[in-house]
Ligand binder design. Structure first.
Ligand SMILES: [Zn+2]
Length: 180
């Protein structure tokens, strides 16, 4: 397994639609393993393929003791509302309160190519929605009001100088927040 560089805000791939996976191959299983390792190195709770520069519709999520690699995930049911202060591994040190559904049901293919359904509440629901947004080129910033987004972008202007190559290179054990 390998820790992969993470694309940061400004990378065009973060704004692109992903391509549905037609078959869960050994190569994609290995990619999912690398994404888990990268997410854990960043102390994150979710990571989507565009965040490591890939265009496949794939994300990984790990909240408490529940871990999923999800291929072609889609939300099929949702209910309730919750506000959560979100961050993103691709926008380090920038946070914002986002309103999401409090509960979601997601249908996806698992690492064996089998159809699975995952239900998540609270943080798991937030994480699933955040990662699935990534698979459609959408970021948590897009859910903020105009003024909050402007403040977040101002914070990012200060932060982004740390990533001149547009990549975030992690080392194991890097201390960070629970970013998605
Ligand atoms: Zn994110």
């Amino acid at each position: 397994m390998a820790i992969l560089p993470i694309t940061v805000l400004g990378a065009p791939i973060l704004r692109q639609e992903t391509k549905p996976v037609t078959a869960v191959t050994d190569e994609l299983r290995a990619l999912a393993d690398d994404m888990f390792e990268t997410m854990r190195a960043a102390q994150g709770v979710g990571l989507a393929a565009p965040q490591i520069g890939r265009g496949e519709r794939l994300c990984v999520v790990e909240v408490e003791d529940q871990a999923f690699a999800l291929f072609n995930p889609e939300i099929t049911e949702r209910s309730g509302k919750i506000k959560w202060e979100e961050g993103c591994l691709s926008i380090p040190e920038v946070f914002g309160w986002v309103e999401r559904s409090q509960w979601v049901k997601v249908r996806a293919l698992d690492r064996n190519g089998e159809v699975i359904e995952v239900e998540g509440r609270d943080l798991l629901a937030v994480c699933l929605q955040h990662e699935i947004d990534h698979l459609h080129g959408k970021l948590f910033l897009d859910h903020l009001s105009f003024l909050k987004k402007r403040a977040a972008m101002a914070a990012w202007e200060e932060e982004k100088v740390k990533y001149p190559e547009g990549l975030r290179i992690l080392t194991p054990g890097e201390d960070d927040h629970d970013e998605l």
